[in-house]
Design a protein around this ligand. Structure first.
Ligand SMILES: *Cc1c(COP(=O)(O)O)cnc(C)c1O
Length: 377
């Protein structure tokens, strides 16, 4: 036991937090970072200039607390999302992680349960433990799919107070059909369950994939969360948001810290949203690389999951940890999500993607375990 663990055990830490590990995706100095699904394209120059100008202006008023209601941001988010949403239906936080935490603070907590469908976003159990919410899980079907019937059964049988549906799912990448979300919502009626659809990767979905935003009307227990960390290339700015019935945002107002969105954050988000079109132009380029990874991995004899996100989950590896280490030696950091035989890689720029595919092909053929690798250009 390290000395820091010894001293931690002497502190009066909450019993339910003892022995837990914090969120820990490695932050390493590696040339090619494809491990936490960031947008590797960076912020376009004109958007950068607009953000700097907006932040500069906001800096002049930093002696005052910011607009607690982030009024302009809620208006901008409502117009960005469309679907007839009004500003009263929008809520934002310092990353969608904070928004999800506020949801659990308001609707979870001691004596309440949250349901997740692993493999899914690793933050759900951590947000649950931080808020004293019991986290329970239900199985997925073959190939990590979710059907309306099995999902409804899990929601009903668990009588959970909060249900996390991640679509497109992290780490497997696939979006849920609206029928699954509708079934979960209907099944949650008996327990008056909050159904939260985490659409962090919504902008990367294949054309024709419907968003759960289209289901919000008339469903007061349905919440759809989004983020500016992925498609908008603003992970460092920490801006996430959700859309729901106005009474949901009233509930979140009870648990948020006053002035939780700094004036600088609001200025950044507003500037970015007025340039949404430019920011999103890289999304199409990333989708091309994402689809390319799926195709090339199949040619390498691996099994990638269908991806509606900016990353690809793939199985069929004899020794994923060895491959992960070999890629790291080649200067490419990807993610070992702890699922046997599998790894996850973020779609980067064309050059980054090429570097990943080339290094992977070399490692697999050196292994001799996999079918001979076709040369990747
Ligand atoms: C990246 C990610 C988020 C976004 O988190 P932020 O706090 O907005 O950066 C949310 N949900 C999932 C599933 C993610 O992968």
């Amino acid at each position: 036991m390290s000395s820091s663990a010894e001293s931690l055990s002497q502190l009066p830490l909450r019993e339910d937090l003892r022995g837990l590990s914090p969120y820990g995706a490695p932050q390493l100095e590696v040339p090619i970072l494809l491990n936490v699904n960031e947008n590797t394209h960076g912020v376009p120059a004109d958007v950068h200039a607009a953000i700097v100008e907006a932040v500069e202006k906001a800096t002049q008023g930093l002696n005052r607390y910011p607009d607690r209601e982030f009024t302009e941001l809620r208006q901008n988010l409502a117009s960005y999302l469309g679907h007839g949403l009004t500003p009263e239906q929008l809520w934002a936080g310092n990353g969608s992680n904070e928004v999800l935490q506020q949801v659990l603070q308001a609707f979870g907590g001691p004596g309440r349960t949250a349901l997740g469908f692993p493999p899914t976003y690793s933050m759900y159990p951590l947000l649950a433990s931080g808020t004293g919410t019991r986290y329970i899980t239900a199985e997925r079907e073959h190939g990590y799919a979710m059907t309306p019937e099995a999902t409804a059964r899990a929601v009903r049988d668990s009588a959970a107070n909060v249900v996390f549906l991640c679509s497109p799912n992290n780490p497997t990448g696939t979006a849920l059909g609206l029928d699954v979300i509708e079934a979960a919502y209907a099944a949650g009626e008996a327990a008056n369950a909050i159904i939260i659809v985490d659409e962090a990767y919504g902008e990367f979905a294949h054309q024709g994939t419907a968003s759960a935003l289209s289901l919000l009307s008339g469903r007061a227990r349905l919440l759809v969360s989004r983020t500016m960390s992925k498609a908008f290339a603003l992970a460092g700015a920490r801006i996430g948001y959700l859309a729901a019935a106005p009474e949901v945002t009233d509930a979140l107002r009870l648990v948020r810290l006053p002035y939780h969105l700094s004036a600088l954050t609001q200025a950044t988000a507003n500037a970015a949203l007025t340039h949404a079109h430019t920011l999103l132009s890289n999304v199409e380029a990333i989708k091309v690389q994402r689809d390319r990874i799926v195709t090339e991995l199949e040619l390498l004899g691996l099994t990638p999951s269908p991806s509606d996100s900016n990353f690809v989950f793939f199985s069929g590896l004899e020794d994923p940890h060895r491959i992960w280490e070999g890629l790291l030696e080649a200067g490419v950091l990807i993610r070992d999500v702890g699922i046997p035989g599998s790894l996850r890689v973020t779609a980067g720029t064309e050059q980054e993607t090429t570097a990943f595919l080339t290094a992977l092909a070399r490692l697999l053929s050196a292994d001799g375990e996999q079918p001979p690798a076709r040369a990747v250009d």
